[in-house]
Design a protein around this ligand. Sequence first.
Ligand code: FPP
Length: 250
Amino acid sequence: MEEITLDPQRMPKHIAIIMDGNGRWAKQRGLDRVFGHREGANAVRRIVRACGELQIPYLTLYAFSTENWNRPKYEVEALMALLIKSIQEEVPELMKNNVRLNAIGHLADLPQQCQDALTEAIRTTSANTGLTLTISLSYSGRSELKYCMREIAKKAKKNEIDIDGISEETICQHLYTSALPDPDIMIRTGGEQRVSNFLLWQIAYAELFFTPVMWPDFDKPHLLEILSQYQNRERRYGKTSEQIAASTKI
Ligand code: FPP
């Protein structure tokens, strides 16, 4: 493989990943889908480590969507058990790598044991200053926006917010992600090319990358290749190429 050189000045601050393809990875090997999720958890460990090594400040993973509750009961139960086990077992590794754990989504939907494991891991890692790893659980972008609108409406009703003063900033402050910058990159593994209700508001200007690699096979070299492509893309935010070139001249 060709050597990849990255420009430290143009690294993304925030990478979001839709970890797709666990089920197909297992099926291709004649295994139950649950094996794919187990291998997926190993891929999570590798990518968290890689992001730490690359000094990326924020990584957000789509681990369980609101819609995933509709999967067969045994698969949902296996995923919840895997989450509890992974969260508990990974705390020493998170501490070693200075990773701060965070979670977004309608967390009250999760089994109590999962909520407890999350609360404990978030508390234990709260003073870490390296990568902020956000796990999205029982999450969907539309339901997040629904909760956000309800919160703003409640405050407006109590006159704590002036309706005419509601700005994009007000919306950002009421999302689950209020403490995170918007993702610069969104990656989806597993070959599908859609955003599937992930961070709908926040990815307005994200660079999208779709790879056919199934999530259990995704590793640091795939991430480096995407980062290299990212650095070769021009982010214009609605401006022209000429304006961007003029503003980056020193
Ligand atoms: C999508 O693959 C993946 C999921 C629904 C679950 C992701 C969960 C993990 C990687 C496990 C552990 C996570 C953490 C954070 C420790 P899919 O089942 O939809 O795959 P398919 O499209 O091939 O069916």
